[in-house]
Every structure is written in C-alpha cells, then in structure tokens.
Design a protein around this ligand. Sequence first.
Ligand code: ATP
Ligand code: MG
Length: 320
Amino acid sequence: QEPIIRVRDLRRDFTVGRRGAGRQVLRAVNDVSFDVMSGETLGVVGESGSGKSTIGRMLVGLLPSSGGSIELFGETITGRGGAQALARVRHRLQFVFQDPHASMNPRMRVADVIAEPIDVRGGWSRKDRADRVAELLEIVGLSGDFADRFPHEFSGGQRQRIVIARALALDPSIVVCDEAVAALDVSMQAQVINLLMDLQDKLGLSYLFIAHDLAVVRAVSTRIAVLYAGEIVELAERRALYEDPKHPYTQALLAAIPRPQAGVRKPPIRGEVPSLLNRPAGCCLCARCPHAFDRCRVEAPRLREISPGRKVACHLHEGS
Ligand code: ATP
Ligand code: MG
C-alpha cells in the first residue's frame, strides 16, 4: 500500500531579526520524515514551538518548505512543478485549525461557510450545493436550520462542527487537524473527538492529528510522532509508544501528563528547549536529558528503526 502523504527530510527556516547583522536563521523544522497511510491517524505531539503547525501548514500548501519533499497522493508538491501538483490534489486534503472564530467570516451564514470549498472549486448547481450543505450538517450532527444562521450564534463545539463540515465538503481523503479541540472544554473535546472518529469510520478518512495534549493524541491516533525542537525523536504505534516509550523525551512527556483536575501544566523536563537559532552540534535534548553521555554532546542521533514500525533518534538505542 502506498502512503497518501510521504514526507522526506522536510525543513523550514525562518529569517528573524532586523536587517543586517541582526539577521538570523531559525530552523523550525529539521529533516522531518514520515508517511501517513490510508485510513490511519498519525498523531503529532510536542511542546509549544516544536514545529507542529509549521509542518501542518507546509502540508496544506500554506507555507513553502525550505528543503526536503512532500508527496501527496503520489504528487510531489514541493520544488519545481510543485504548485501545479498541489492544485491537482489540493481538494483531497483539507484542514481544521484550532480557532473556529479566526477561521470563519462572522458575516457569512453557516451555509456559505460550509460551501466555501465548493464555491472555490465552482461548477455546482444551486440545488446540488444546497443539498450538499444539508447533507454535511447532518453528517456532523447539526440540524438543518443552522444553514441560515451565523456562526457566532453557536457554542465553540458547534462552531468546530461547522468547520469540520466545511473541511468535508469536497469529500477529502485526509484532514489535517491542528489543535482541533484545544479551545474546547473537556466534555466538548470528547464529543468532537468522537465525531471525528465516527467520520473516519464512515468516510474512510485519514487524519494527521496535531496536538500538544498527549491524552487527546492517545484517544485518536493509530501511530504517533513525537516532535522535539523541530525533529521527530520517536515514531511508533500508539500502544507501543504509551506502554513502552523508548526516547527519554517521550518518557518525560508521558510522565508529565497532567491529572484531569490538576491546574498547572509543568514542562515535561527541567531546563529549556535549545535555541532554534543555534542548534547544538549534538542531540537537541542533551542539556535536559538525564541519560546524556559524551557522544550525545557531539553527534546528533539520527531517527533509526529499532524494531518493526518503531523509530527512535537516540544514541542509547543505537545498538538495539
Ligand atoms: P504551538 O503548540 O504553540 O502551536 P507549534 O509546535 O505549532 O507550537 P510552530 O508554530 O510550528 O510550533 O513554531 C515552531 C517555531 O517556528 C517556533 O520557534 C516559532 O516561533 C517559529 N515560527 C513559526 N512561524 C514563524 C514565522 N512566520 N516567523 C518566524 N518564526 C516562526
Ligand atoms: Mg501550533
């Protein structure tokens, strides 16, 4: 089976600071490689600033890459000819972002919000368009009389359903969800997650599911990529990752999962994420890692397969 998304050595640099001597290059995504298979959910988890959204935005063509390649449905959308390739496959890939406020025009009626991708593509009769909107409202569990009202009349959970309906308008194969439930309270999160999983079953969707919350990622994912400082440090089946995390960073993340009622979210490990401006020569986690040894300080570990379906970037696992 061919992956529907194939990402290889993907990079993204941002130039920051003032012109001249203050100019610096920040590498937000560093040589990231992964596949998404048909029907699966690949969870992408990492702390704030780890590069999750930057990857998501490159996948949907909102941000150019600085290196590496992205293949969607066998079409290479990066490099020469990438724009035309993206135009051919773009409708098969949709996205749902965190903030339903920011992603909906408050002056548009719900029907027009949902039909946006249809209108952009063109070629639909008024009747087909209206029927499709009614069908989409039903699919996401909203009643038909939402169509003529405005998004701000609804709760956060309902608005996120509207955004999901819009994402499904052109019958995509994969939906990139970036913090799709982060703005919702816990019970609403559970409802929207259940909806997404039902839709996956019914429509055969794949998801790339980006979230900082390990509990959310655990609920939805088939496989999970753990991101640290713009690099994948571990990639594994959901169960293997949660039951037997191999990378010290994954271990720390799991140990730091907050209890439902605990207020403050602590950073998973003491110390700070290294500056993305001056990446250390060795492992990015080195300064925070309880297991670091000499080699970690001088040589960056590569992401290697240590057992079938499981990849880890850590010198501790080099020989295994
Ligand atoms: P969060 O969990 O907070 O959403 P994230 O994992 O999505 O974080 P990104 O938004 O991808 O992180 O950002 C990764 C890094 O790239 C950060 O250091 C961020 O400051 C930087 N970055 C992102 N966009 C830009 C930009 N347009 N210009 C400069 N730096 C940027
Ligand atoms: Mg983000």
